[in-house]
Design a protein around this ligand. Structure first.
Ligand code: KIV
Ligand code: ZN
Length: 527
């Protein structure tokens, strides 16, 4: 597919930046890399890998993605401050194709209350930021934040300045999900009239879903002439989230007859990408979610079932196989060996060798002993779960639980601490899961507040693997953790220990960053 084709829409994925800003999501560099590799396999054009100035962890992840993920353009976000742009450049500079994305608000609400500055200053900051970024890279994106609530004429002035200074993409954000499809078309049409130079750059849209209109508004943007859409897998992002990548992509694919537009995304990778994002972020996909929800291709009423059995297209506008939901033929059992496992994992896109293969094989055997058939979905869940184990984190060592309807449940849990020592805790509770969670708190010596607990089956059937997601708050940090096992008590314990570990790790990083910043202030000589 030709990227200069006027009918080709650029897919800019912001799962790792705006998506990661959702409460409770705490991805480490390894997880971000895993997601970035999958996004490249999915075929997105641009990966916005993070906001490098915000923390050393974010910087490190963006840099690792820029160095290791071939294919898409790798973008780093920056405010208009020089330090932000320098950090973004240093993080993305090793990418084969690097982009700096800089933004400043043009709405009076933001200028007055948040930035506490003037329109003149905003113009100056936009000019200086784009010029500075262009000294580093040829590919610079500029966003007038909260543009849809800003005075259009002022936004147009700022956009003109950004283009004069060499911005190559102008992105119009509907930051708070306020606009409506018809209004947005008119807005962008008028912007084209006011800024003739807009025809020489790529116009982009970035829509939030506060009124459930993110995809509709993004589509309006494209109808008005935009050729880049910013979106996130499963629609994650600030507040109600961003336009959902899978919905945007399938809208282009399914209705190409009507609009003639295409993307470079390999739609068969959509389901797997959605599962990976859901697992690693702890954000479950609602069952009736368009394209990737569990029920998106399920037919309940007799009339619908009858129709689909006779002819699929009676009640389906897309084929499940097109989004990668076809039942994969991989089936392993307890007699399958290491080679069979490695081949199956390779078919699923996991390159697992050496110690990682040994660990995956051990885990596979444990599951295969309890479950007759291990399918592709099971393998994907087990391997992703195994890949989350880290030597320096808290880990579930073992647990015992006594429970019944006529006695108070009692749990004993051993947690392997980051130091390598095993700590044991014992507790009763309102049920076996609650008893386990309290025993983990005792073992680790950490008090936590449970915020969310969900259990899902990985596949259908009585012996399905259970997948548990826990969101908790401890040490002032909200964090999620996931666990997969044939037994939901074990999956719950794993998920809880991981969430706790993620929260403590996040808190420790924040403390270290605060100490570094304080030391830097102390070292800075006074005026
Ligand atoms: O929503 C927004 O305005 C953003 C910008 C940084 C593009 O995320
Ligand atoms: Zn946003």
């Amino acid at each position: 597919m030709d990227a200069t084709d006027p009918d080709r829409v650029v897919i800019f994925d912001t799962t790792l930046r705006d998506g990661e800003q959702s409460p409770g999501i705490s991805l480490n560099t390894g997880e971000k890399l895993e997601i970035a590799h999958q996004l490249a396999r999915l075929g997105v054009d641009v990966i916005e890998a993070g906001f490098p100035i915000t923390s050393p962890g974010d910087f490190e992840a963006v840099q690792a993605i820029a160095r290791e993920v071939p294919g898409p353009v790798i973008a780093g976000l920056a405010r208009t401050h020089v330090q932000d742009i320098d950090a973004a450049y240093n993080a993305v500079r090793d990418a084969a194709r690097a982009r700096i994305h800089t933004f400043i608000s043009t709405s009076d609400i933001h200028i007055t209350h948040q930035l506490q500055t003037t329109r003149e200053d905003v113009k100056g900051q936009a000019r200086a930021a784009v010029a500075h970024a262009r000294q580093y890279v040829d590919d610079v994106e500029f966003s007038p934040m909260d543009a849809t609530r800003a005075e259009l004429e002022f936004t147009a002035e700022v956009v003109c300045i950004a283009i004069e200074e060499g911005a190559t993409t102008i992105n119009i954000p509907d930051t708070v999900g306020y606009t409506m499809p018809q209004e947005f078309i008119a807005y962008l049409g008028r912007l084209y009239d006011l800024v003739p130079g807009l025809r020489d750059v790529v116009l982009s849209v970035h829509c939030h879903d506060d009124l459930g209109l993110a995809v509709a508004n993004s589509f309006s943007g494209v109808m008005a002439g935009c050729r880049q859409v910013e979106c996130a897998v499963n629609g994650i992002g600030e507040r109600a989230g961003n336009a959902s990548l899978e919905e945007v992509v399938m809208l282009f694919r399914v209705r190409e007859d009507a609009h003639g537009l295409t993307t470079a995304v390999n739609s068969r990778e959509i389901a797997r990408t959605s599962r990976m994002i859901s697992r690693l972020t702890g954000y479950a996909v609602q069952p009736n979610k368009a394209v990737v929800g569990r029920n998106a291709f399920a037919h309940e009423s007799g009339i619908h079932q009858d129709g689909v059995l006779k002819e699929r297209t009676t009640y389906e506008i897309m084929d499940a196989t097109e989004v990668g939901l076809e039942s994969n033929s991989i089936v392993l059992g307890k007699h399958s060996g290491r080679h069979a496992l490695r081949d199956a994992l390779e078919q699923l896109g996991f390159k697992v060798e050496g110690n990682a293969l040994n660990a995956a094989f051990k885990r596979f055997k444990e599951v295969a002993d309890r479950k007759k058939q291990v399918t592709a979905l099971d393998l994907e869940a087990i391997v992703s779960d195994e890949m989350r184990e880290r030597a320096d984190a808290h880990e579930l060592a073992w647990f015992e639980v006594e429970a019944g309807s006529r006695r108070e449940p009692l749990a004993r849990v051993a947690v392997k601490m980051p130091s390598g020592e095993e700590a044991v805790g014992e507790s009763s509770g309102d049920g076996p899961v609650d008893a386990i969670f309290h025993a983990i708190q005792k073992a680790s010596g950490t008090e936590c507040e449970l915020r969310q607990y969900t259990v899902e089956a990985v596949t259908e059937g009585e012996d399905a693997l259970g997948q548990v997601t826990v969101m908790l708050r401890t040490a002032g940090r909200l964090a999620t953790g996931q666990g997969v096992a044939t037994d939901i008590l074990e999956a719950s314990a794993r998920a809880y220990v991981r969430a706790l570990s993620n929260a403590l790790e996040g808190a420790a990083i924040r403390e270290a960053e605060a100490a570094t910043a304080e030391a830097a202030v102390e070292r800075t000589p006074g005026p």
